[in-house]
Design a protein around this ligand. Sequence first.
Ligand SMILES: [Mg+2]
Length: 507
Amino acid sequence: MWDAIVSTGTWSGEIWNRRKNGEIFPAWTTITAVRRRDGVVSHYVGTFTDITQRRAAEDEIRHLAFYDALTQLPNRRLMLDRLRQALTASARHGRHGALMLFDLDDFKTLNDTLGHDVGDQFLIEVAARMESCIRECDTVARLGGDEFVVILEELDAGLLAAMQAESVAVKIQGALNQPYLLDLSLAGGEANTRSYHCTSSIGITLFRGHDVDVDELLKRADTAMYQAKAAGRNTLRFFDPQMQAAVSVRATLDTDLRAAIGESQFVLHYQPQVDGSGRMTGVEALLRWQHPRRGLVMPAEFIDQAEATRLIMPLGRWVLETACRQLAEWAGQAGREGLDIAVNVSGRQFHQADFVDQVKAVLATTGADPRRLKLEVTESLLLHDIEDVVARMAQLRALGINFALDDFGTGYSSLYYLKRLPLAQLKIDQSFVRDVLIDANDAAIARTVIALGQSLGLAVIAEGVETPGQRDFLKLHGCHAFQGNLFGVACGAEKLFSEAAAERRDG
Ligand SMILES: [Mg+2]
């Protein structure tokens, strides 16, 4: 029997409990120690309250407070919180971020004509498409109405950040531009669907650290977004005029490039390749862009862009076809029938699934002799599936096509891979040739490439040879093929046998 019950010390907290059916549930638990009068704990009294519903209600409240009820995206409040965190993180690791404001063009018309239910259905789809375009570390939020925000983190510095932000914006824009299938029965009409098209206007501003506060950033994105609207909608604008200018230059280049392919503004120039006695054995085909306003544009100015936008595919094919047509023409002309043409092939082009078939088709339509065709590939090719590269090269080699490894020494240069490729020729990069007489390192590299070619049974050609001194040095060390202005500048095919030949003789 109890003299008295004295309770001393109570602990309460949340624990996970298990129901008889095995289900786990959160329980609010209070345990009280009960002591006898003499102070000895006699037993404990515990009470358990199932708080599953309370927990669910709390979660619900939190969700309502931070997420948009319609799209389930973060709402303005959570977006602001994430933006502050992004600024802090950016201040800590020094990387750039971007704030992008999306406004759907003409959403009001959709809402007014088809009703809010259809409008809501559309917004849910918009949210899903936007989310599918971003990385896990980024945020898409709905500010309300048809306004969405994207926060990008961990971008590179300066102009690169602008380009990265632009490419994400363009990706989202592309996703949003796809047609929507709206269910009109939601508007009370008959069960039918309607295809709907929507564009968006985007304002972008970059941030780094706490240079600019959250309010100001939102204002900037807003300003840029209105500029996009003013520019005719379905477009994007940067807040920073300099970023805008840089991105515009790229956009102009892209538009011009597309037009150039359609309007055949490209030409091939040919630079002679000669043997040790100065006799022309072939040429390298070099791409030039006959720009209607800018004149002759060199590949350095547009190849990267063509690679990035995959325009390199049609462009590369055009180069191959034009060179092969030239080969076929020379095949019927005395003294020219033995000339090779070297064609540069980019990694992207080479890795196209049907590249081998493309080459076969071009050979078939032009009638060019594959043995006169040399494909110049770079070491960057080897960064991809080496087995696939070797297999493709072997297929092309079986047709009679030769391979040269371009820019040798500037890239990957794994001797193991080098040995596995069915190469005919190594090309000493002009950056080594240029200073071969004054820089001991360049001279050593040039000599090493020549020796390497000899031991692997590969021909070696030096490009960018401009002086007799460079030629003589290379010759002395065993290189007997050259390309460079000493032997002829790149020019149109018709000039190749007149002026260039005269220059070669003089050289
Ligand atoms: Mg080349």
